[in-house]
Design a protein around this ligand. Structure first.
Ligand code: ATP
Length: 336
């Protein structure tokens, strides 16, 4: 099976070809970089509109060149696309492109939940059976685990996503988007100052710590100390809830997903926690962590093989598509 994946929930216009026989994933991405401030939905959509044809054509050209069937055969078996969650104006462009391609190539359409794709790429690259997943991305932060045909949300942010929270602080400081890597770099020279830490049961909140961090900056606290403390508290909160999720489910596998997963301090905390309880920890390679079409193509292939394809009237995008709305069709005889 060979699948064309298209991702376009926010900033990354991305297309990929996944070949099941070789397990090779070729990704072509074009990132929207705001000139100032954060991600502006209209500008992001304009970028998506302009970049999607280019990345899709590059990915398809690769598929054509490596295709060994007759030239009359389509170079891929299906077109998978990010159906949500994400910014509506971006999703609609990708949905339209995917529908047009599926009709032009005469292959089925597969609608992929972007957050489940963040999880499944970790499960796939680690070869784990039934992991707990911490999705730490820009617009989201939650713990997922599989039970009875669905990925259940065990805990989640009560307000903003984790990356967006960090980016709001860096905008306040005057740093360009994205802020996460800049906080990581500055934190290396910092020491701890007190900031809020909010975990309630399995859920957590970032709004209080963000306001306190901005206030601390206005009060003249050194920015590297704030960055260090932000990382310690925010990643501490995520690690605490990840541990509770492992304990609750009895799973001994943890995977990390999302762009914030590129942060070495977060990975170190999760790894230490897993070591201490004898669990295995896996973070996919960086190209699979931030938004990318590789993860859409890989999950798209599993769904296609399970017969989970979309008729055109069902292919509408959903900006608020939650992971627990997805009926999991592709897991076969999983242990849990
Ligand atoms: P979603 O996947 O929820 O739709 P998104 O598209 O905004 O959200 P991703 O591509 O998964 O998100 O991640 C982008 C976020 O990752 C940004 O908020 C960015 O600041 C953050 N990020 C990137 N690198 C790092 C890092 N090294 N440390 C912390 N955060 C980081």
């Amino acid at each position: 099976t060979r699948i064309l994946g298209i991702e376009g929930t926010a900033w990354a216009a991305s297309a990929a070809v996944y070949d099941c026989a070789t397990d090779e994933v070729v990704i072509e991405s074009d990132a929207y970089e705001p000139e100032s401030g954060g991600i502006h939905p209209r500008e992001a959509a304009e970028h998506m509109h302009e970049a999607i044809p280019r990345v899709v054509e590059t990915a398809l050209e690769h598929a054509r060149q490596t295709h060994d069937g007759p030239p009359t055969e389509p170079p891929v078996d299906a077109v998978a696309f990010s159906q949500g969650p994400g910014l509506g104006p971006c999703l609609r462009i990708v949905g339209t492109a995917a529908r047009a391609l599926s009709q032009a190539l005469e292959v089925p359409l597969v609608g992929v939940n972007h957050m489940v794709a963040h999880l499944e790429i970790g499960r796939h690259t680690a070869d784990f059976d039934s992991p707990v997943c911490l999705n730490a991305s820009g617009a989201n932060a939650h713990l997922l685990a599989y039970r009875n045909g669905r990925y259940r949300v065990l805990g989640e942010t009560m307000d903003t996503g984790v990356g967006n929270a960090i980016d709001k602080f860096t905008r306040h400081v005057g740093w360009s988007h994205p802020g996460g890597p800049k906080v990581e770099a500055a934190a290396k020279d910092g020491k701890y100052v007190d900031l809020p830490y909010v975990v309630k049961g399995m859920d957590f909140s970032f709004s209080g710590i963000m306001s306190a961090a901005k206030q601390a900056h206005d009060d003249g606290v050194p920015v590297e100390d704030i960055c260090f403390s932000l990382q310690e508290n925010i990643f501490g909160m995520l690690t605490e809830v990840a541990e509770r999720a492992l304990s609750l489910t009895g799973s001994d596998e943890l995977v990390l997903g999302g762009g914030v997963g590129q942060n070495a301090r977060l990975r170190e905390m999760l790894e230490t926690m897993c070591d201490q309880r004898g669990a295995d920890f896996h973070a996919p390679e960086p190209r699979f962590l931030g938004d990318n079409a590789g993860m859409i193509a890989v999950l798209g292939a599993k769904m296609y093989d399970a017969g989970d394809t979309l008729a055109l009237p069902e292919s509408r995008v959903n900006p608020n598509y939650r992971p627990d709305q997805v009926a999991v069709t592709w897991r076969g005889e999983s242990k849990r």
